[in-house]
Design a protein around this ligand. Structure first.
Ligand code: HAM
Length: 427
């Protein structure tokens, strides 16, 4: 039987992992710049966590979760997103009691959703996400958005738009819920079965129904922004004013409701028209979730955050990036068994001295070995033949200057160091 990776999963091969590391490094640098620390939570959690946090009328929970029973019959789910796990860990580890009231954390890692795979959509995919917990202030909403914008700018993404909206506080949401029910009530029997359930349990979710998306009543549905309480309106106006002051371009998009239930107040998405992604593709999104910590058993604590799909960032990043690693310091080319024995010794010694080093293990002739030195972008090729073994020397060829010198075994490290000292391009 020929084994294949499960549908919707992708192998990241050694030729691509350099570009992933480059992306991860860039994201970590931005996090350090924003004073955001890493937090790592389990890849699986109790299913109940996602039902509670994300909401059981959302597509993510009702249709897309990888859920199974463990050997003790507990219901376990592979995380479909990162916020629920972070907030669970925040409550469990009482991070709300930390001296620093605003806790800013980031995460990167695999997420799992049973969706129809297509360009930029997988069943196992990666997210880079940020959560800021503890302070209910429009300034923190804007810090999150600034960070998201910094990421796309640093990656050089073109044709980017920041879409924002407000879902308001509980009072606004109650008023909006009623308005939505009044709106859809006359056509309820024209909507799909799921929407009829949503109508009762969570009418907001009707708006992201894939089946009924072309129903004429969708276009004319009431907008959240028209039902904001005075408080919610003031919060949103301050967010917009801060974005204006910082000269961050944005579009107020009254149709933006996001697909997860925990949001309140500000929601936002970063949408790209980059042709590589397809028009109107969402690279990342997030928003405020003031009720979530309490929902998961913690004290009333506000939060706001966002997540990017890393595959989408990778597609947008394109192939024009230099995905080469820095190259080896030394590639050792032994000719014959005795030379190989010596090569193993030298390679071990060089690695112990901190140099990146490899050797031919395929007993090839010089030509084949030089090709490898080339592929590995080796600074030096170290040739060891029978003569060199006898004389206790090696032949060091600098692949940049093409100079070749005989170096006694005991002087190899010194030789490389001296050579690098004169070469300002290195490092
Ligand atoms: P989300 O909008 O469900 O939000 O996902 C965030 C991003 O993950 C999407 O914009 C997309 O780029 C990427 N993504 C989602 N599903 C897939 C998939 N099947 N394949 C590839 N990429 C995908 C959240 O997950 C929230 N937890 C974000 C958040 C953090 N809100 C507050 N804090």
């Amino acid at each position: 039987m020929a084994y294949k990776a499960p549908r919707g999963t992708v192998d990241i091969l050694p030729t691509e992992s350099g570009k992933w590391q480059e992306l991860e490094q860039l994201l970590r640098t931005i996090c350090a710049n924003y004073n955001v620390k890493e937090m790592r939570t389990p890849i699986f959690e109790h299913t109940e966590l996602f039902n509670r946090a994300v909401g059981d009328t959302t597509d993510v929970v009702s249709k897309e979760m990888y859920t199974f029973e463990d050997k003790k019959g507990r219901s376990i789910t592979l995380r479909p997103e990162g916020t629920a796990g972070i907030v669970r860990a925040y409550v469990e580890n009482k991070l709300y009691g930390m001296p620093e009231k605003l806790q800013k954390v980031y995460y990167m890692g695999p997420m799992f959703r049973y969706e129809r795979p297509q360009n930029g959509r997988q069943r196992q995919f990666h997210q880079f996400g940020v959560e800021m917990l503890g302070v209910e202030s429009p300034y923190v909403d804007v810090e999150c958005m600034l960070m998201a914008v910094t990421v796309v700018k640093a990656l050089g993404l073109k044709n980017i738009q920041l879409h924002i909206n407000s879902l308001g506080d509980q009072e606004s949401r109650d008023a909006y819920r009623e308005a939505l029910q009044n709106h859809f009530q006359p056509v309820l029997n024209e909507l799909c079965h799921d929407c009829q359930v949503r109508y009762e349990k969570n009418p907001l979710r009707i708006l992201d129904c894939k089946v009924d998306k072309n129903h004429p009543m969708m276009q004319t549905a009431p907008k959240t922004i028209d039902y904001l309480s005075d408080n919610a309106k003031a919060h949103f106006e301050k967010v917009c004013a801060l974005l204006d002051d910082l000269e961050i371009d944005y579009v107020v998009d009254p149709n933006l409701v996001r697909g997860l239930d925990y949001y309140s107040h500000t929601v936002f998405e970063i949408i790209s028209d980059d042709p590589k992604l397809g028009a109107g593709s969402t690279v990342g999104g997030g928003g405020r979730y003031n009720g979530l910590v309490e929902e998961l058993g913690g004290p009333q604590t506000p939060g706001v955050g966002f997540a990017f799909g890393m595959e989408r960032l990778m597609i947008a990043l394109g192939d024009d990036h230099d995905d080469d690693d820095e190259g080896l310091d030394v590639y050792i080319m032994p000719l014959g068994t005795e030379a190989k024995d010596l090569a193993m010794q030298i390679m071990t010694m060089l690695r112990a001295n901190g140099f990146t080093c490899d050797m031919d293990q395929c007993d090839r002739g010089l030509k084949g070995q030089f090709k490898s030195a080339d592929r590995f972008h080796a600074h030096f090729s170290m040739i060891i033949g029978e003569d060199e073994v006898q004389k206790e020397v090696v032949n060091m060829k600098c692949n940049h200057t093409k100079e070749q010198v005989e170096v006694p075994l005991e002087n190899i490290v010194e030789f490389i160091e001296n050579h690098y000292e004169g070469d300002h391009d290195h490092e």
